[in-house]
Ligand binder design. Structure first.
Ligand code: AMP
Length: 212
């Protein structure tokens, strides 16, 4: 019997944007995840299934080997830390930048900078590299609001067109990282299921080149 491999796909826009890439690699889910409530989907490829999870949970499933492979944003991976995970391919999906932003009209900050973000670990690391201790305020969304209502002096968030910052009177201040979706692989699976995993990476790499 063929070895079973599982790919963890993120729910939502990035997951949807992965489908043409997977199709070009010859992998088609047996039901369209956009219309299905199923969390485990078989595919046309023997011994290959997909699980549909929250984007922020993809590295956790892959780290623990519940899925051998996954697709996730570099932001999510940086925040997770990437323990037990290889990142063999940049899928060039959903490119954007992780930035520090603040109010255009902000007065200089006295005392410790307050930074609102959902990327607590990335933010701590970024400022620690500059030798700065900051107060990090954890939020789950709409970070742009925080400087407008006095909750924080800065935010760390993803910026694509910059329109959201602009619409809220904010401006990008510092670049932290270039972000895009990555294919990730469980390190143990890379050893134990080497041939199958390698073959799958090769197929996805070829599909990327085909779509480029
Ligand atoms: P924009 O106005 O195009 O700069 O987009 C900024 C908003 O979209 C922010 O709320 C970001 O958190 C979100 N965003 C931008 N790019 C991405 C991405 N690649 N993945 C997820 N969220 C994003």
């Amino acid at each position: 019997m063929a070895e079973v491999l599982t790919i963890a796909l993120p729910k939502g826009r990035v997951g949807e944007e992965c489908l043409p890439l997977l199709a070009a690699a010859g992998i088609v889910p047996e039901e369209d995840p956009r219309n299905s409530r199923k969390l485990i989907l078989g595919t046309n490829a023997a011994g290959l299934k997909l699980i549909i999870v929250r984007a922020a949970d993809v590295p956790t499933y892959v780290q623990h080997g519940a899925a051998e492979l996954g697709i996730t944003g570099k932001d999510v991976l940086m925040e997770h830390g990437g323990e037990g995970i290889y990142e063999p391919l940049d899928l060039r999906i959903a490119p954007c930048r992780m930035m520090v932003a603040g109010r255009k009209d902000a007065p200089p900050v006295e005392g410790r900078l307050r930074v609102a973000t959902k990327y607590v670990n990335c933010t701590r690391r970024f400022y620690a590299q500059q030798g700065k201790q900051v107060e990090i305020i954890k939020l789950y969304g709409s970070m742009e609001l925080a400087p407008l209502v006095g909750l924080a002096d800065r935010i760390v968030d993803l910026v694509d067109t910059g329109n959201t910052l602009k619409a809220n009177g904010l401006m990008p201040l510092e670049h932290i990282a270039d972000i895009s979706s990555r294919l990730i692989v469980n390190k143990a699976a890379m050893k134990m299921k080497h041939a199958r995993v390698k073959e799958l990476i090769k197929l996805i790499r070829a599909a990327l080149d085909k779509l480029a």
